[in-house]
Design a protein around this ligand. Structure first.
Ligand SMILES: [Zn+2]
Length: 97
């Protein structure tokens, strides 16, 4: 097993990149956008794998992104369709335009 010794500056950079606990993929993407050294990917992977916070959340499903809808310019361009509650044994099919 090969032991890597990081420079003090590399440790600081890794800790800074990892401060938001984004996991291996996101932290590597951020790292590649601003720094480089050989085995940077492995160093990021190692720091994330040793982090309890990242390990506790790495299997959580990703958060859904908000996709705000743009306003339509004409009526009935976009329809919302669904079923509304059970009222006295009836379910209503609702269409909103
Ligand atoms: Zn972490």
């Amino acid at each position: 097993m090969r032991v890597r010794i990081l420079l003090e500056g590399q440790v600081f950079i890794l800790q800074t990149l990892h401060a938001s606990h984004q996991g291996i993929v996101q932290t590597n993407a951020l790292a590649r956008s601003c720094v480089w050294w050989s085995d940077l990917d492995k160093d990021v992977e190692q720091i994330v794998q040793q982090c309890e916070i990242c390990q506790a959340t790495c299997h959580a499903p990703p958060k859904a992104l908000n996709h705000p809808l743009e306003c339509t310019k004409q009526p009935w361009t976009r329809l919302y369709v669904g079923f509304a509650g059970l009222d006295q044994g009836q379910v209503f099919f609702v269409v909103v335009g």
